[in-house]
Write a protein that binds this ligand. Structure first.
Ligand code: 5RP
Length: 295
């Protein structure tokens, strides 16, 4: 272990210099992965924009029935035309999502805590690699708890998932958890978003924060930004616009889509920013315009 006494603060992020090792493949840091892995990554990150819209509806795996997700079978299918990837558990997919869809699947493979327990930071890998293959997973999502009690176990879960996924060319998405007791500073997010790709994660899901461009610069794989708690629609679209403008490769939104008064219109507005270069103002005008007609 390096002697960390007197460690210098990282500061030279070269935020205006493009990622050097791109080799023409549209997913950051993935130039040298195998064909099958590129195929799956291309199902997630659209080759035309290089970006992705993920719809997160995995809340039930630790929260039970969540507002807006009481009936996955009714709520999710109408949103599917506007997103690239469905992020959920194998139970939700198999029971509620029609298999005849061409969306990417971000399969939640870690589990083990529930909101009944105050401390959510202890998880195990709950899905075998064989079942991820059977589910045609485009990537496997593992929660990580940097700076929390479950840090070591969650990083072990991540490493084991990366190893298993490499056998079958299934990428791993490391998810940066934020807990009640955990930091939400840029210092914390810089630490987490660098540890995960160093351990082999192919995609990092994290939260937007200040110094986001530096975070993106120092992370050698694509960053997908979590939506987080429900915000007014204009604020959620501004969050999305800032994240994409500052280098995020996509959004993974849950509550800000399915808890919106007009979920389908909101999903389209997010898609406009992520894939079509719309500003937050343009996307919100679209949201107001279309949702006023559907009242
Ligand atoms: C938890 C997750 C969830 O998928 C995600 O947080 C849910 O989406 P949202 O916060 O946008 O409702 O990864 O860490």
């Amino acid at each position: 272990m390096a002697d960390v006494d007197g460690l210098k603060v990282a500061k030279n992020y070269h935020v205006n210099e493009p990622f050097a090792k791109n080799g023409g493949f549209h997913v950051k840091g993935m130039q040298d992965v195998d064909w099958g892995m590129k195929k799956r990554l291309s199902k997630i990150f659209q080759p035309e924009s290089g970006h992705t819209v993920m719809l997160a509806f995995d809340h039930g795996y630790f929260m039970g029935s969540t507002a807006g997700l009481e009936r996955l079978d009714l709520v999710i299918p109408p949103l599917m035309p506007y997103v690239d990837v469905l992020m959920g558990t194998r139970g939700a997919m198999r029971t509620c999502i029609p298999a005849e869809n061409n969306k990417g699947i971000a399969l939640r493979v870690s589990c083990g805590s529930s909101i009944v327990d105050e401390d959510l930071s202890h998880e195990v890998i709950g899905v075998s690699i064989e079942d991820a293959v059977r589910m045609d997973a485009s990537c496997m999502a593992v929660q990580t708890f940097i700076g929390a009690d479950g840090e070591k176990d969650s990083l072990e879960n991540l490493c084991k998932t990366v190893d298993a996924g490499l056998k079958y060319n299934i990428p791993t998405m490391g998810v940066v958890a934020v807990g009640k007791q955990m930091e939400r500073t840029s210092r914390f997010f810089k630490l987490a978003t660098r540890i995960l790709p160093e351990l082999g994660a192919h995609i990092v899901k994290t939260y937007y924060c200040e110094d986001f461009e530096e975070i993106v610069s120092a992370c050698p794989v694509p960053i997908v930004v979590a939506g987080g708690k429900k915000l007014p629609e204009n604020e959620a679209l501004t969050l999305c616009y800032k994240a994409i403008s500052e280098g995020a490769s996509g959004m993974d939104m849950g509550r800000n889509i399915f808890q919106s008064t007009h979920p389908e219109v909101m999903a389209q507005a997010v898609n406009m920013i992520v894939h079509k270069g719309a500003t937050d103002k343009e996307a919100y005008e679209f949201y107001l315009d279309v949702s006023s007609q559907s009242k």
